[in-house]
Each structure stands twice: as structure tokens, then as C-alpha cells.
Design a protein around this ligand. Sequence first.
Ligand code: PLP
Length: 400
Amino acid sequence: MVYEIREFGTLQNNDLQRIIMAYKIPLFQLNFDEAEEKAVVEILRSKWISMGPQSQALEEKFAKMLGSNHAAAMANCTAALHLALLALDVKEGDEVLCPSLSFAATVNCIKYVGATPRFCDVESLEKPTISIDQIKANFSEKTKAIIVMHYAGHPCNMDAIMRFANEKNIPVIEDACHAPLSEWNGKKLGTIGAIGCYSFFSNKNISTGEGGMLITDDAKIYEKVKLLRSHGMTTMSFERSKGHATAYDIVELGYNYRLDDIRASIGLVQLEKLPSDLAKRKFVREWYLKELENMSSIVVPFANNTDFSSNYVFTINLVDSDYEKRDALRNFMHENGIQTSVHYPAIHRFSIYQNLPADLPITEYVCDNTLTLPMYGNLSKEEVSFICDTLKKGIQHVFG
Ligand SMILES: Cc1ncc(COP(=O)(O)O)c(C=O)c1O
């Protein structure tokens, strides 16, 4: 058996458990207890396990917590991003402005609809989110949408981005995978543009294994997305099972992007826990910031962000460094029992995107010199101290 795990690469069977156990401090810990188990057992016993009342309850709770008119549960965030572009009628010949500093799904979805990604650089090491100057520079009459990604749970420059997008009448899709309940100027991230997309992948703030959500205030977008989520069918099997409808029509070419009720039941528990988990993460971030202040060898992105953040991950950017030194530091951390990651390898450097124009010096520097440290609600102050002491020793070891 071979496992594909984003943080681990390809592993053989028992290696997975051994490696997870080998880290004194993992990158992430699932915030699961008996509540998730109980919820799943109840749904299994209810005998309705595909999309149904649990998914609907999750949508309603999510929309309420985010302050959005509509929420549509999805199989994952990649599906949400795909349907977001379809709902906005983005198609072949169109261009979509996007960051390269993100997970590949942020950009793959543009290719799904036959459009072309136009990569924009990020602002700086301090603010590695899409740059408004780059958005302006890459805008053309072909631009049909802008995708922004709220890196690590911190907001993009939404003031300037929304002003420009509104001026040009171009919709903004917020990839808010990192940012459930994060805010910008008192507004929840994901509710500022036309559509917000979220992931419930295992290592996200809300974990259901696989899963996602699309939110919008626009009723037309919501109706279209609901149709496309389930084969373009006019009724759902849950409605038919209740005798509310006996027939259906297929009115558009849709997909099966539904979430099932087993995962939705986990999502409901996770959503209930989210505010207290984020409150704990806030402390973890403060401990990190205190331990790492005045270090000239690193920049802590968003160190001055005062908006509420989900603190999905905690990253640092090395100064006067290169990827070999970063990787040596990463190895040092691993040898000392601390799991780290890299958010992210630049998308424009992947083979399938190499033919596209990309002049992205800041993105390339960040991708080569960033390191993600462990972040989860149950991380203790002592563990954060241990991580930061090890990091300082590692920097001394690698940079001299
Ligand atoms: C920024 C970003 N966008 C999109 C995705 C895709 O989400 P999913 O795995 O739910 O399809 C992820 C998840 O890893 C992500 O981190």
C-alpha cells in the first residue's frame, strides 16, 4: 500500500504511522474527540449517508457564522473553485488573475474551464498575498475574474483589490481555504468578493477528511452552483426519497461535487468547535511572535496584522537565504523531532504551467525561503519555546 500525503510525499504502509509518531511535535493535530465519533455513528444509524439533512444543516450553520446569504457544501474546495468560475461564466479565451504562491488547486480550476491563468506576484516577504500593483499590471480586456488567496488566514489587501475590481466590474473569488472566520476590517474573509471558497481537508481549521463550502450573497450564483454540484439535475435524491419529487430533468452539464452526510456530521461538530480552537491558536501565535521578535535572520509574515485570524499555519521567511539553506534548516528541525512544511512550491514553476509568462521575483524568493512551523490549538507554550529554540540553533548551524 502506498500513501500520498501532502506533507509527507509518498510513503509505504507502516512508515506513515512510524513517521507521525517519530515527530515530537507534528505540524498539525486533528482536533477530534468523542463528539465527532458520536456524530458519525448517529448518521450511520440514521441510514441516510449521502447528501441530505446534515449537509443542509452544515450549510445553514456555515452561512450564519460567516454572515453570508447562501452556502453550498462541496466535495472539496477544488470543486468549489471550479463551480465558482463556471457560475461566473469564465471560459476559453478569458484570463483570470491569480497568485502563484498558493496550492495548485487555486490555479488548476482556471484551466478546468479552459481559461488562462495570469500570475501576479505577491506584495512582500511581510505580506505574501497577491499584489494590487501586479493585479493592475496584468489586467487586460481578457480579464474575467480575480482569484485571491488569504495566505495563512491573513487578509489580502482587500480595500485596494475591491476598489479596482469594482471599477473594472470584475468579480473577485476569495480562496479562503486558510481563513474560516478570519476578518478584514470587521468583515469575514470569503464574504467580501462575489464568492468565497473553503476547504475541509484533514489539515484545515475545519477537518472532515475531504470537504468544502462555497458561499455567496448572490442568489443566481447559488442556484447555478447547486445545479452544477449535482449533475445539473433539477431534484436531489433526498427529496425524491421523501416523495417530494419523483422525476428529474438534467438541464446543464453538471458534476458530482456533493458532500456526503457522514462528513457533514463531522463538519457540524468541527464548526461548533472552531471559535474555541481559533482562540487557542491566537495564543500560540502570540507566543511565537514573542519568542521570535527582534530576529534579523527572519521575517514573520503578517506580524502586524491586527484583524482576527484563523492562524491556519504559522510561517517564517528566511532573510539572505536560498532554498538549499532553507532545506538544510528544515532537515535540522526534522532531526530534532519537529515536523515542518513549505507553503508552497510556486505554481508557475510546475511543469504544466512553465509555458505561461511569469515574472514573479518575490513569489520565487518566498517559495524558496519559507518554512511552516507547527500550528494547532493544543500546542503548549513550552512546545512553542522548544520549536523556537530549535529554530534559532538551526539558523546558527546553517547560516553560521
Ligand atoms: C489555498 C488552497 N486552495 C485550494 C485548496 C484545495 O482544497 P481541497 O483539497 O479541499 O480541494 C487548498 C487545500 O489544500 C488550499 O490550501
